[in-house]
Design a protein around this ligand. Structure first.
Ligand code: HEC
Ligand SMILES: [Cu+2]
Length: 342
């Protein structure tokens, strides 16, 4: 009996160590802290119940094992009201405690946060558009936020139901046409956080990604001020000039480049494409070769993409000129590729 007791104790200690390592949750955002707290309670009850059930079972097997000389059936019992009431009340109490804790966590997570940075998020097949009204800026595919300040993402969709999910920052929240939903998080470390659409929304659902680039508050401020004052730089080379001309005639109906006549809003804002770490809403690394690949035939990269293919209209030299122009659209002094990835 004592041996079994020791075994149970060892199990409890091991489980306790696992708690310390916070096995399931790696980030420490506002929401994840609440979820981690809940998880600890659930695990604690699970360990106690498992220990109780497995311990009792092991004890019974050992204590009432058959011995030499045993004959016939052991003593038979029927009904034990005291035991039955105990076994009903204990789970009930556990469920009630978990209910109260969960309700508390939900209230905390869903409470508007004073001083949060509001971000208007519009999901579209198959990309994400971000507006920060307080700063008067628009960003597409890559949202830039400061570290240490809560963010309140106000989600909606322009077409079908999508779901906003940055696994390292917060849980999923659906983006629903005609409705506004909220996803609140706070980033604690600068970094490049991978985001995904988590609701099947069409052929390129799995390719509907985005990034949250979290900067130190000072860098964030510098970025916002630079972007507010930004006007696309003039093309510097004949190739870039050719690219700009092509862009204005072929692409400007759908895409915006600040400081030029290009003001389309059907597709992502390309004003600072040169600063981007990714293309095609987080799917390709931002390189001139990938840019050419994308413009040539978007649907070959993302089935069902809502941008037309240009492979039949533009020559390779045209495509390279467009890539050279777009890569030159850049705020100097920001290297997002150097951010650690989460
Ligand atoms: C009919 C509208 C339309 C036209 C015209 C158009 N695009 Fe697009 N473009 C889109 C849409 C929509 C997307 C988003 C596709 C997706 O990611 O699913 C997109 C995405 C992009 C992206 C990736 C942006 C990101 O955020 O990752 C680039 C780069 C781009 N387009 C460049 C161009 C260039 C260059 C041209 C002209 C040769 C052009 N587009 C013409 C609609 C258009
Ligand atoms: Cu989606």
């Amino acid at each position: 009996m004592r041996k079994i007791g020791y075994l149970g104790l060892a199990g409890l200690i091991l489980a306790g160590l696992a708690f310390g390592h916070n096995v399931a949750i790696v980030s420490d955002s506002l929401q994840d802290r609440e979820v981690a707290r809940l998880l600890k309670w659930v695990l604690a009850f699970a360990v106690v119940i498992f220990g109780g059930v497995a311990g009792t079972l092991a004890y019974a097997v050992y204590r009432f094992r058959s011995r030499p000389g045993d004959t016939g059936l052991p003593p038979q019992f029927r009904e034990n009201p005291r035991l039955e009431i105990t076994l009903t009340v204990i789970p009930l109490v556990i469920v009630l405690i978990l209910f109260v804790l969960t309700a508390q966590a939900l209230v905390k997570i869903n409470r508007p946060i004073a001083g949060a940075l509001g971000v208007e998020v519009t999901a579209r097949q198959f990309w994400w558009d971000f507006k920060i009204p307080e700063e008067g800026i628009r960003l597409s595919s890559e949202l830039v936020v400061p570290v240490g300040r809560p963010v309140e993402a106000k989600l909606t969709s322009a077409d079908v139901i999508h779901s906003f999910w940055v696994p390292s920052l917060a849980g999923k929240t659906d983006a629903i046409p005609g409705q506004v939903t909220y996803n609140r998080f706070m980033v604690t470390h600068p970094g490049n956080y991978y985001g995904f659409c988590a609701e099947l929304c069409g052929p390129s659902h799995a390719q509907m990604r985005f990034r949250v680039l979290a900067l130190d508050p000072k860098d964030y401020r510098r970025f916002v001020e630079a972007l507010k004052a930004y006007r696309a730089p003039e093309p510097q080379t004949p190739e870039q000039r050719r690219g700009q001309k092509l862009f204005l005639s072929r692409c400007a109906a759908c895409h915006t480049v600040k400081g030029t006549p290009a003001a389309g809003v059907i597709g992502p804002d390309l004003s600072i494409l040169g600063n981007r770490v990714s293309l095609a809403s987080g799917v390709l690394k931002n390189t001139p070769a990938n840019l050419v690949r994308w413009i040539k035939d978007p649907a070959a990269v993302k089935p069902g993409a809502k941008m037309p293919a240009f492979k039949d209209q533009l020559s390779d030299a045209d495509l390279e000129a467009l890539a050279a122009y777009l890569e030159s659209l850049k705020l100097p002094g920001f290297d997002f590729a150097a951010l650690p990835k989460y």
